[in-house]
Write a protein that binds this ligand. Structure first.
Ligand code: GLN
Length: 236
């Protein structure tokens, strides 16, 4: 952690913030507070420079047009790539996830991504809309992912990006895997918001940022939400 409090940077809420993704920032701050870790949430609009002193950088979902604009601005700024190279945690959802790869499609045009994750996205024949769930890469030690997806893109991982989830319900990347991670970069198609529905994933990200795993918290309430969402898709 760079300072006494955890700095959570939400990138371009003016362009990318769909399906309650702002909740991811609130949940990170809440999960940190439960362990006595103070945090500061910083919203960086698309006409502002990406600060370099963040511990966790968040990217959210967005429509094709704003997504393409966000990628252009992030490439021109260069700050997110520098922060990631310096070891910051990056958590990205849907449009934000796609733009971490080398390329993606928006409004029929191929767009250059940030190249932070070894993957590229094209378009599927149908839009993927609905519940998304499945077991998470066992290396990460997390319970099953539960979320909601709504995207036209399909994502193909290269060797350096590990799949986050094996899909049981929904489409995710390609109907087989969902999301990707490498080092302290993690992306998913899950909205919901993802971290409200998967607080253990929020704890993983905060743990990466502070440099050690977090102690357990009382998860009785989030566990009820998770049980309800997972049973709705026959996973419990
Ligand atoms: N525009 C992208 C797609 O449709 C991402 C959508 C989203 O972020 N929900 O694939």
């Amino acid at each position: 952690m760079s300072t006494e409090s955890l700095r959570i940077i939400w990138i371009y809420p003016d362009l990318m913030s769909t399906y309650g993704d702002r909740g991811n920032m609130l949940i990170l701050a809440r999960r940190a507070a439960l362990r006595g870790i103070a945090s500061e949430c910083v919203e960086v609009q698309s006409d502002q420079a990406i600060p370099q002193d963040g511990d966790i950088y968040l990217l959210a979902g967005g429509e094709d047009g704003p997504q393409a604009l966000a990628a252009e601005r992030l490439i021109a700024d260069g700050g997110l790539n520098r922060a990631a190279a310096n070891g910051a945690v990056v958590f990205a959802v849907c449009a934000g996830y796609q733009l971490l790869g080398t390329s993606f499609y928006a409004k029929g045009a191929k767009c250059t991504g940030l190249g932070l994750l070894d993957m590229q996205s094209d378009r599927g024949e149908t839009r993927a809309v609905g519940e998304l769930a499945g077991p998470v890469d066992p290396v990460l030690g997390l319970p099953p992912l539960t979320g909601f997806e709504n995207h036209g893109g399909r994502t193909h991982l290269g060797a350096a990006a590990k799949p986050l989830v094996t899909v049981r319900v929904g489409i995710g990347n390609d109907g087989t895997t969902e999301g990707a991670w490498a080092g302290k970069l993690l992306g998913t198609y899950a909205h919901g918001p993802a971290l409200a529905r998967n607080p253990a994933l929020a704890d993983l990200l905060v743990g990466w940022a502070v440099g050690s795993p977090l102690p357990p918290a009382d998860d009785a309430w989030p566990d009820r939400l998770r049980a309800e969402r997972l049973s709705a898709v026959g996973m419990r």
